[in-house]
Design a protein around this ligand. Structure first.
Ligand code: P6P
Length: 339
């Protein structure tokens, strides 16, 4: 009987958010409607990514199709769908996308009170070899809906109301936090719904994996170099950590969230401010890590305390298990002291 109850009591993402999981009861319906439009965008992108391989195979992508239309690159298509889904919610007023140089100010008739920052297809260079890619998003409340300006999105990450990502891989998994912990949902394509499969995700306090592009070792600063050395040759005689690096942030972060360990994209001589973007990579992933009991730091400070100066600002980022982050935090702190 219990099994029967379970099967018919599907906890969809919409129900889960409506069940008061959000900290913003006053914004219940608005917030839920906004999230349902984000979910719609994620479903479309998930579907398009699955077809990408086939489309390329039969020569659709990047060439004209039977109607003579130029087939759009997947990241351009994903961006357009995501932007249109958000605007159609009539609940957004400023959108920042990795694909758009300038912030999008929604026309006043369709304006709402939320700002959404997103990367519609992060890691898209990995599509052709079938590596998982992802959609990353964060949500802010606008300061003045009548006069939205770019300052409404140049807020520190601790003001974010919600953040999440959708990983487009063997299955489509959406991981979301609205400020009350982190939950994972898997798309059931047969009914087109995201079903709760990973309730209340907690990142292990310490992990056995470190995740960094070792090809940049020549450019690392001393704290990162020392930390990676400790991972490989632990001084306390414990076994070395394993290296896992996929090169697609959503995939590397998802593994870190579930298995523990640490993901590192430090600043280095090649990228003095780091490579990853503050608003739609560093903030959403740091928000999720903290909500799951882990940490997200830039080396010197808590990542969510950063105040971006421009919408495409970059920052170094270290994400993952609480104790692993404490170790690299100590190395950066002692490097500061000896300056
Ligand atoms: P690198 C993908 O291009 C991306 O933006 C992130 O998804 C990923 O974590 C990072 O860059 C990989 O960068 O320099 O190691 O190839």
């Amino acid at each position: 009987h219990a099994a029967e109850t379970q099967r018919t009591d599907l906890m969809t993402i919409t129900r889960h958010v409506l069940n008061g999981q959000s900290q913003h009861p006053e914004a219940h319906s608005d917030f839920t409607i906004l999230l349902s439009h984000i979910v719609l965008g994620c479903k479309f992108i998930c579907n398009a990514v699955k077809k990408a391989g086939l489309a390329k195979l039969i020569g659709l992508v990047g060439e004209t199709n039977v109607q003579g239309e130029e087939q759009k690159k997947l990241d351009v298509l994903s961006n357009e769908v995501f932007v249109k889904a958000l605007i159609s919610s009539r609940l957004t007023c400023i959108l920042v996308s990795e694909e758009n140089e300038e912030a999008i100010i929604v026309e006043s008739l369709k304006r709402g009170r939320y700002c959404v920052v997103f990367d519609p297809l992060d890691g898209s260079s990995n599509i052709d070899c079938g590596v998982s890619v992802g959609t990353i998003f964060g949500i802010y409340m606008v300061k003045d809906k009548e006069n939205p300006t770019v300052d409404d999105v140049l807020q520190s990450g601790k003001n974010m109301l919600a953040a999440g990502y959708c990983m487009h891989g063997s299955s489509c998994t959406l991981v979301l936090s609205t400020g009350n912990g982190v939950n994972g949902f898997t798309l059931d394509p047969s009914i087109g719904e995201f079903i709760l499969t990973h309730p209340n995700i907690k990142v292990p306090k310490k992990g056995k994996i470190y995740s960094i592009n070792e090809g940049n070792a020549k450019y690392w600063d001393e704290p990162t170099a020392k930390y990676v050395e400790k991972c490989k040759f632990p001084e306390d005689g414990s076994s070395p950590k394993s290296l896992r690096y996929i090169g697609s942030m959503v995939a590397d972060v998802h593994r870190t969230l579930l298995y523990g360990g640490i993901f590192l994209y430090p600043a280095d001589k090649k990228s003095p401010k780091g490579k990853l973007r503050v608003l739609y990579e560093v903030f959403p992933m740091s928000y999720l890590m903290e909500q799951a009991g882990g940490q997200g730091i830039t080396g010197k400070q808590r990542a969510l305390e950063l105040l971006p100066k421009t919408i495409h600002d970059r920052s170094p980022i270290f994400l993952g298990s609480y104790d692993d982050i404490e170790e690299i935090k100590a190395l950066y702190a002692s490097a500061e002291e000896t300056k």
